[in-house]
Design a protein around this ligand. Structure first.
Ligand SMILES: [Zn+2]
Ligand SMILES: [Zn+2]
Length: 1898
């Protein structure tokens, strides 16, 4: 049949053909493998027949008996081109077969299948005798299995008598392209049907009953009945037309002249409405080209018509026989699945194989036409005139046509040099297939090819390509002239007959003999070894000895060859060879081993065998010869013939795969490629390197590989740039054209500079002008490259082109669609595949196969397949979908993870698979093989690549540059993490509380809280930190402590906090006790109680009440890096690593520095002494009172003593030893304020801003609190790497260095704001917290909430123009609402007994404490007025200074102030506040503006949440409600009950109401639907009438209520519709917050498209607004809120692919890359700009960011942005590399790991990689990172939303449970995946519909 197999790999010629061919190959191969395997296993193929079946009857056999010979057929057909009532397209027909009986029989077997017969006198047929009477029929039936019509006769047929068998039948013109079928196409918008045939190999029987074997030749008389507007064609010329009318239809009966004698499979007929062109009359043969009228009118058939005559003429000469028929029609069949079919006289072609555009006639299109026409015309003699006897010798037919067609093509287009490179390439290609141990001999035994199925399998590439290769070898050793001669006499002798190969060998032998050519063996003997056994030899030449051996070459070591061969897999091998570039005489290897002394070389000689691939074998050499070949390639590669350069590459990679040479040898051969410009070697290199690239693409090793290959391909890319005059013209040589395709594909893939730019530019031109100037041969790669680099716009454009395009480009377009790296586009595309209207039948699996090669698409594809398995099988109309899919999808799978996935998939699909299906086993084997492959070569390759490329050496350097300790986290990051951790901890605890599993009750020393027996008075502490490591590499400190305390209740037990300290035993005890008012009782026993963190001192007698005692201890501890207690921090100054010692005591770490009564209420005076090196400074809470220099163990030290502190809590103590510089306020001011930092930072003035602002802030507070700052000094010190933003140690505040220090010249507003906020917060604590301290941690909220609330005032005072209070407070409130809505939240004040353990205390530092605390105080301030609040606060502080309090104390003072001011409140302050403080959560206020009804309800963010924590207030609040009507604020209204009515709130029909003005209260609000509508109207008409903060609140409330189903999600979305008019930060910030969730979760889904379009529409105006405001991004906005909004807007705009935005980002980034270190990107924008550029870019961008990250030593913000940007890549291998770096602290410091993980979790491309990484390295990550395991799980699951992800997570969970012995409950709270799935289920339809209605796009 057609030469579908003739298509070269990689050539994008008519890719539709290529694609189909590829699929056919795959199917044929996989089916054959299965069959071969079962044959080897001794069972018959399952496709054939059950093993139990033993043929008994003649009709049980597939082959016809030799009783009958057909003579002629008279067939009439009437195809119906319109469907009948049952929607079927039928044909009716009748057939008279005339035959002769050749052996007596009473049985007629005639092939027939899929036909319905008209019964004639009760039988399926009527028999007539031509030479006398016929026996009467006994019985007739259809035998479906063997495809016979069986006619049993009453008597025998007479030998040599002729008979006529008449039948009448109906069949269907199906779409199967078998027998008589129909094909559909569209012309001028009208759908048209044509009827056509495909008989080969066994489909003639589907058109009419016939003796359907090739040897049963006959003459055919064909008649066709067809509509009058159509043409009928058949093999012969028309002999007559008769117009007839049947059933009112006007028809034509067209008769054709009798055919010549021929086989059934060559019969053809077509009915169509076509036009045609023809050769001029007068020529001996009429040649016509038929196609749709439009195509003919457009001249698309002209080229074929021009070339067919010379090709036909060439063959007449070549075969030396005239073309036997009068005419030769070439007809284009739309959608024809075979390349072409050689029906004698009426050749059918798939459209792109015959037609080509006249004006855009690129010669790659022409090449297909020439090749196809040549192949099919070659068959007219070889195949049609002389036919092989049976299908088992098909190879000779197809191999010959393929071989000869190269000659025909060469004749038709001699300048193209086609023969030079096409044949060799195909040889190399088919060697790959023939090397499998499942290959087959060219000729199989006749009995192995009996069933239609078995016959179909023979149409594979062995048959076509190995056939041609072996004939090419034959031609070479007998000479082309002799081959032609033998062929001519052979054809002459056997014309119109059938033959076996032996007949051909005989004629060739005669020609050989005649020409006097000497062969070592007869032709037949030589050829039998190549034809009758599968495979081919590997020849090994040892050039040291001249020894030559052969061995059957098999491509797998594991392959067991159990198919015997009569020749024992030995061949007679003609070996051509050259020595030092000179060809030597041909050498025949006739045995397994031989010696050819000519091949023994000198030390500088080199040898290459198989010149120009004239023989069919692979060759290996001794190592020395390989080395000399490599040298030659690198010095003068031209000395080795072109074809052999390709062969050398091919052989080397193949041998390396088998371990016969090293893989590095193969790779080293490619090193000469930077000098190579020819197609063939590049083609082979591309073929082999593709494996490397595919398998390694998602691994870190891809980096050096890419760099290496980029070096090789860059010169070629430049070569072609010159050759094509900067890509403006096409290369002249044909092979260059192919090579250009290879180079563009490779160069873009390897990220060669300018390649992507080139392809994108071309593509853009096409998109903008819709005139496509891209050369056809480049289209495939250009489209792909542009789609990969682009976004939805590019994809949609290709999609629209694909939908429009029906012919030649469809394949290229289709291919490009699979190249996108956007998960949502991939998913949308996959969804299209389920929709027949979008992607039709056969193309579905084509799409899936292509997608399986996209590393980003692969995981999504799997997910898709699992979810849609059933419908995929149902939709599978064409081929064996699952075979193709599974086997190709596994080609690039190579990890254990993927292997497991596949296993799981197999389990899931078990029940859907056919029994005996081995698809999965095969696939699993492939993955295993890939895993092994990587295992084997990874190391070797990696080392070699590193040695070859400079890239990684640079990286090595970069590595050493980075000698910094990990940067700690940015405030925002820490806050996020703290929230997560706190949340998770409180969740778990809350849960266990709910489950009744309270912490065990304990007795005496088992309590965490100290008994009330002792009160500390003072401490005398001396500490000596060592800033150098000791012999064990530990940094220690030693110290002693004398604590003076008073006994307040009689006791014989002293409990004092201590943990992580080693005590010096004093007289055998941990401490020494002295009485100050008399003798102390003696010690009985002392020990350390680790759980409760006590030093326990048991006494022999009791302590006396009111007596004082001294407890002395001596101890050593470690200055660890944990940042708890006394710790160390490391930084680098001038290249020297420096250590400082510092403290962090809050909340319970003082006990880690020295033994102490470590509770906030146990205040005392501290006398601190520090011993430290002489070049360092020591600091503590107080001023230093004295310095003493002394020497100890040869060290010069200072003893610095400090003044006693004020009375204060242990957690506020601080000391620091450092080598810092400082600046201070001028002498004379009442308080000394100093700023401390590294000398360098101080010198650079980085502390100046902090010093400048601290003074006024402190002054502000003195006034605000109405109490002078109680201490003499206030130090602010910058601690490098401090994980907390700051700590309010009294007099010595510690700050995180990176936020605290400001660059004088480069400081940006955002950084300053953070600093002012921090300083304000910490200084606020000096009074609230430090001077007056809460009694216990359970009231921490009041401390922190107050500091946060007041710091807004302080900041506002320090920088009044920034308007900080407004939006920073509202932001905090909205966050607090979010967190507090969880049913796992907690009250602001917990019960004291609920806060006992250090862990619980630490967990309270969460956002409820900080942010809800602020919100509630802000509300309080609002209803009592700020003046009253301040007043009450002042008297409160005055009363309780140096003491401890509970909140009640504050309420009392506030109530006094309220009463004094005469403010009327509906309830006392305490009663109101208790409801907000003592119960968790807050109310949802619902206002019905119809009636004025107001009611409250505990607001919970999840409807599934069961609230089982009781509240004494029953979750009811006293709620102050501020509100406005039509924009005018109304009097405040108090809601004091669950429900109430405020008639003022009942509105008229045009009024609108908004409650909670400026978020002054802490609740959410809902309205009746009408009021919501009026709010939406107002927003859209004049949004300014609603206060700014309320616009944000409205968005926030609406989305939250929508999530709960209280309003529709579309209501929330409709509220955002006004955003195109909004330019303010707060509403945008809230919208961004919620939309991000949509964009994130929906990112991989098709709905992302309209969503993106919608937001693009909304964000565009505000983007333009900022563009204008900043004068085209050259200036910065002046308002802080604009600064923030600019970030939000750019972030969102780039995310939704606003072109201006991505362009802006890329431009900025490029400027930075080109001019680094000058970076003009503002810090607030750097995060998104970098991300956007990395996402759109490739390795270059990533590497640049990586190097910046490695170098970055100061700014944490920048470090954070860089880490984020690195996670934005869409390149799987970069993701893998990034993850690998996480395991190496030299690359990614331990403290940064959690950032990397968090960021990667947000990138849908990296999610699967991340999950795999975590599974594999879980222990490592959790052990190292700052993250709790809960938070890791939370982060990775929060964005998962698919079934696959859920499965993966569940699997992961099982593994972890085992590994870490975790309980189910530890995962439960994080079951967000299911929640996400539900979320999507709930909203996607609603949201989708709404979006579609909103956006014009789609
Ligand atoms: Zn063919
Ligand atoms: Zn604080």
């Amino acid at each position: 049949m057609g030469n579908g197999f003739h298509v070269r790999k990689g050539a994008a010629l008519a890719s539709l053909v290529a694609a189909l061919a590829a699929i056919v190959v795959i199917i044929a191969l996989s089916v054959r493998l299965a069959q071969e395997k079962s044959r080897n296993a001794g069972t018959l193929p399952s496709t054939a027949e059950p093993t139990a079946f033993i043929p008994k009857e003649p009709w049980d056999h597939y082959r016809l008996p030799d009783t009958i010979t057909p003579i002629s057929y008279n067939v009439t057909f009437w195809p119906r081109l319109e469907p009948d009532d049952n929607d079927l397209y039928l044909f009716t027909g009748n057939c008279t077969a005339v035959f002769k009986c050749t052996r007596e029989t009473d049985l007629i077997l005639i092939h027939s299948i899929e036909l319905n017969f008209t019964l004639l006198d009760g039988f399926h047929a009527r028999l007539t005798g031509l030479n006398g009477p016929a026996p009467s029929l006994k019985k007739t039936w259809l035998e479906d299995r063997t495809e016979y019509l069986v006619v049993q006769l009453d008597g025998p047929l007479q030998v040599n008598s002729s008979y006529e068998l008449f039948t009448e039948f109906v069949g269907e013109l199906s779409l199967t392209q078998q027998g008589f079928y129909r094909s559909v196409y569209t012309e001028d918008g009208v759908e048209k049907v044509i009827a056509a045939t495909q008989m080969q190999p066994t489909h003639a029987r589907k058109a009419f009953p016939c003796f359907d074997e090739p040897a049963l030749k006959a003459v055919f008389h064909v008649t066709l009945i067809h509509p009058q507007n159509t043409t009928a064609l058949s093999n012969s010329i028309t002999s007559g037309h008769v117009n007839i009318t049947v059933d009112g239809q006007d028809l034509i009966r067209t008769s054709f002249g009798p055919t010549v004698i021929m086989s059934t499979y060559l019969l053809a007929f077509v009915v169509c409405d076509y036009g045609h062109i023809r050769t001029e009359p007068g020529r001996s043969v009429l040649i016509r080209v038929w196609a749709s009228k439009t195509a003919i009118d457009k001249g698309k058939g002209n080229y074929a018509l021009e070339k067919a005559p010379p090709i036909l003429a060439f063959y007449e000469k070549y075969y030396n026989i005239s073309y036997p028929l009068e005419k030769s029609d070439q007809i284009a069949i739309p959608g024809f699945g075979h390349g072409a079919m050689e029906n004698w006289g009426l050749i059918t072609y798939t459209e792109p194989a015959l037609l080509q555009g006249l004006h855009e006639s690129f010669y790659e299109e022409k090449e297909v036409v020439v090749a196809m026409v040549s192949h099919e015309l070659a068959h007219m003699w070889f195949g049609n005139l002389v036919t092989l006897r049976w299908w088992n010798d098909l190879w000779l037919n197809e191999g010959f046509a393929s071989y000869v067609s190269n000659l025909g093509s060469d004749h038709a287009e001699p300048t193209w040099e086609l023969n030079d490179f096409i044949a060799p390439e195909e040889i190399l290609h088919v060697m790959d297939e023939d090397a499998s141990c499942f290959s087959h001999p060219l000729s199989v035994k006749e009995e192995e090819a009996r069933t239609p199925h078995e016959i179909e399998f023979l149409f594979d590439s062995i048959t076509y390509k190995k056939g041609a290769a072996v004939l090419r070898m034959l031609s070479h050793f007998v000479t082309e002239a002799v081959l032609t001669k033998g062929l001519q006499t052979y054809l002459k002798e056997f014309q119109y007959k059938n033959t076996v190969p032996k007949d051909l060998w005989k004629h060739l032998q005669m020609a050989v003999d005649e020409a006097g050519i000497s062969l070592p063996r007869p032709v037949e003997e030589i050829m039998n070894r190549w034809v009758l056994q599968m495979g081919f030899p590997m020849i090994t030449i040892d050039t040291r000895t001249g020894n030559v051996t052969q061995k059957h070459y098999l491509s797998s070591l594991e392959c067991v060859m159990d198919t015997p061969s009569e020749f024992n897999y030995s061949w007679f091998v003609p070996i051509t060879w050259m020595k030092n570039g000179k060809e030597e005489p041909k050498y025949w290897l006739l045995t397994k081993e031989d010696t050819n002394t000519d091949m023994a070389l000198g030390s500088s000689d080199w040898l290459v065998a198989n010149i120009n691939l004239t023989s069919f074998f692979r060759v290996n050499y001794d190592a020395e010869n390989w080395e000399r070949i490599i040298s030659k390639l690198n010095s003068r590669h031209q000395d080795i013939p072109l074809i052999n350069r390709a062969q050398i590459i091919d052989d080397a990679f193949n041998l390396a795969d088998l371990g016969m040479v090293n893989m590095t040898l193969a790779l080293r051969i490619t090193s000469y490629l930077d000098k190579e410009v020819e197609y063939m070697p590049w083609g082979r290199a591309d073929f082999h390197l593709k494996n490397f690239i595919d398998i390694l693409h998602s691994r870190g090793i891809y980096g050096p590989l890419q760099a290496y290959l980029r070096n090789k391909v860059t010169p070629l890319f430049q070569h072609f740039r010159e050759l094509t005059l900067n890509w403006t013209k096409s290369p002249a040589r044909h092979s260059d054209m192919y090579n250009q395709m290879t180079v563009i594909k490779l160069a873009c893939k390897l990220e060669v500079n300018d390649c992507t730019q080139l392809t994108t530019t071309w593509f853009r031109e096409w998109m903008n002008n819709s005139t496509n100037k891209i050369r056809p041969s480049l289209k495939k790669e250009v489209y792909c490259s542009a789609v990969a680099a682009g976004g939805v716009e590019e994809w949609d454009f290709i999609w629209s082109m694909y939908k429009k395009n029906v012919t030649s480009e469809a394949g290229d377009l289709f291919y490009a669609l699979s190249c996108t790296r956007q998960p949502w586009l991939i998913n949308r595309y996959l969804q299209h595949c389920l929709d027949q209207d979008k992607v039709s039948g056969c193309n579905i699996h084509h799409a899936l196969i292509l997608m399986s090669h996209n590393p980003v698409g692969q995981p999504l594809l799997w997910d898709f397949v699992r979810a849609n398995w059933r419908s995929l099988i149902e939709n599978d109309r064409c081929y064996f979908l699952k075979d193709i899919l599974i086997s190709t999808a596994t080609d690039s799978l190579s990890t254990e993870f993927q292997y497991k996935q596949l296993l799981q998939l197999k389990e899931e699909l078990k029940e859907h698979l056919c029994s005996g299906d081995e698809t999965f086993e095969e696939a699993l084997k492939t993955v295993e093989a890939n895993m092994k492959w990587i295992e084997r070569y990874k190391k070797e390759m990696h080392d070699w690549l590193i040695s070859e490329t400079s890239e990684n050496r640079d990286m090595g350097n970069a590595l050493h540059v980075r000698k910094r300790v990990a940067l700690a986290s940015l405030v925002t990051a820490v806050v996020v993490i703290v929230v997560i951790i706190a949340l998770s901890v409180s969740l778990t605890q809350e849960k266990s509380r709910n489950a009744g599993m309270a912490e065990p009750t304990v007795s005496a020393p088992d309590h965490y809280r100290l008994p009330d027996t002792i009160t500390p008075i003072s401490y005398n502490v001396t500490l000596w930190p060592r800033l150098e490591p000791d012999d064990n590499d530990l940094y220690l400190f030693t110290g002693n402590c004398t604590v003076v305390f008073k006994c307040t209740r009689e006791t014989d037990l002293i409990l004092i906090h201590s943990i992580e300290l080693n005590f010096t035993l004093l007289d055998g005890f941990h401490a020494r006790l002295t009485g100050l008012n008399g003798p102390a009782p003696s010690l009985k026993k002392t020990w350390l109680e680790d759980r409760t963190e006590y030093l326990v001192v048991q006494l022999d007698g009791p302590l006396q009440v009111n007596s004082s005692y001294e407890l002395f201890t001596e101890f050593a501890g470690e200055l660890s890096l944990t940042q708890q207690g006394f710790y160390r921090s490391v930084y680098t100054e001038d290249g020297v690593e420096k250590v400082i010692a510092a403290t962090q005591m809050q909340p319970t770490h003082a006990r880690k520095a020295f033994p102490c009564f470590d509770e906030p209420a146990l205040k005392a005076v501290f006398h601190v002494t520090l011993i430290h090196p002489q070049n360092t400074t020591a600091l503590s809470n107080s001023l230093a009172s004295g310095h003493v220099n002394f020497t100890l163990d040869g060290q010069d030290l200072i003893r610095t003593s400090f003044e006693p502190t004020k009375i204060m809590s242990t957690y506020l103590l601080a000391f620091v030893v450092c080598d810092f510089g400082h600046i201070k306020t001028e002498t004379g001011s009442s308080v000394l304020i100093r700023v401390w930092a590294s000398k360098k930072a101080i010198d650079k003035g980085k502390g100046n801003y902090a010093l400048e602002k601290a003074t006024p802030i402190l002054a502000f507070y003195e006034k605000y609190y109405n109490i002078s700052y109680p201490l003499k000094k206030s130090d602010q010190i910058a601690i490098p790497g401090f994980v907390f933003p700051a700590m309010e140690n009294w007099g010595l505040i510690t700050y995180r260095e990176s936020t605290f220090l400001q660059d004088l010249h480069e400081s940006f507003y955002e950084d300053k704001e953070m600093l002012v906020d921090m300083v304000s917060h910490e200084l606020a604590h000096m009074w609230f917290g430090n001077l007056v301290t809460l009694r216990w941690w359970n009231d921490l909220w009041l401390n922190e909430g107050f500091a946060s609330y007041v710091s807004n005032l302080g900041s506002d005072h320090a920088e009044p123009t920034w308007e900080l209070n407004d939006f920073s407070a509202s932001e905090k409130i909205l966050v607090a609402l979010d967190v507090d809505a969880s049913c796992m939240s907690h009250p602001l004040s917990l019960k004291e007994e609920e806060v006992q353990t250090p862990r619980k205390i630490a967990s309270l530092f969460d956002s409820i404490t900080y942010k809800k605390g602020t919100a509630v105080l802000r509300m309080l301030s609002n209803f009592v007025t700020e003046a009253v609040l301040t007043k009450g606060l002042q008297t409160y502080l005055k009363e309780f200074q140096y003491k401890n309090t509970v909140p009640k104390d504050l309420w009392k003072h506030l109530q006094m102030a309220v009463d004094e001011a005469g403010i009327s409140l509906p309830r006392p302050v305490e009663e109101i506040m208790n409801r907000w403080v003592l119960q968790m959560g807050f109310p949802l206020i619902t206002i019905d503006t119809q009636t004025g009804t107001v009611h409250q309800k505990h607001y919970l963010s999840s409807s599934e949440c069961v609230m089982d924590t009781p509240s004494e207030f029953n979750y009811s609040w006293f709620v102050p409600i501020t509100w406005m009507k039509n924009g005018k604020e109304e009097p405040k209204y108090w809601l004091l009950t669950k429900e109430d009515t405020n008639t003022d709130m009942a509105l008229g029909s045009s009024d609108w109401l908004v409650a909670n003005i400026n978020l002054t209260s802490f609740f959410r609000v809902n309205y009746d639907a009408e009021n919501w509508e009026r709010i939406i109207n107002k927003l859209n008409s004049r949004h300014q009438d609603i206060p700014l903060i309320n616009r944000a609140q409205i968005i926030d409330d609406a989305f939250n209520l929508a999530e709960l189903g209280m309003v529709n999600m579309t209501l929330a979305l409709r509220i955002t519709s006004y955003l195109d008019k909004e330019v303010e930060y707060m509403p945008w910030r809230r919208a961004d917050f919620y939309l991000k969730k949509f964009l994130d979760i929906l990112l991989p889904r098709g709905i992302h498209g309209p969503l993106q379009a919608y937001f693009r529409k909304k964000v565009t105006p505000v983007f333009q607004y900022y563009k204008k405001l900043t004068r085209n991004w050259t200036e910065r906005p002046t308002r802080p809120s604009d600064l923030y909004n600019q970030v939000t807007v750019i972030n969102l705009a780039c995310k939704v692919e606003l072109k201006d935005c991505t362009q802006l980002a890329t431009t900025w980034f490029r400027e930075w890359m080109n001019n680094s270190p000058t970076n003009k990107i503002p810090p607030s924008l750097e995060k998104e700009v970098y991300c956007s550029a990395v996402a759109a870019g490739g390795t270059e961008e990533w590497d640049f960011i990586w190097s910046m990250y490695q170098k970055n030593v100061m700014s944490e913000q920048t470090s954070y942005s860089l880490m984020y940007a690195l996670s934005c890549t869409r390149q799987p291998w970069l993701i893998s590399r990034y993850l690998e770096y996480c395991l190496d602290p030299e690359q990614v410091p331990v403290n940064d790991i959690h950032h990397v993980i968090t960021f990667l979790a947000h990138n849908p491309v990296s999610q699967p990689f991340l999950l795999y990484f975590l599974r594999t390295n879980w222990q490592d990550i959790v052990n190292k990172s700052f993250f709790s395991k809960e938070s890791v799980i939370y982060i990775i699951t929060s964005l998962m939303s698919t079934r696959l992800q859920l499965n993966q997570f569940l699997q992961f969970k099982e593994e972890l449970k085992k590994q870490l012995s975790l309980g189910e409950e530890e995962f439960e709270v994080f079951n967000t995946v299911e929640a996400n799935m539900k979320w999507i289920e709930r909203y996607s339809k609603e949201v989708h519909d709404w979006l579609i209605s909103e956006t014009s796009e789609k």
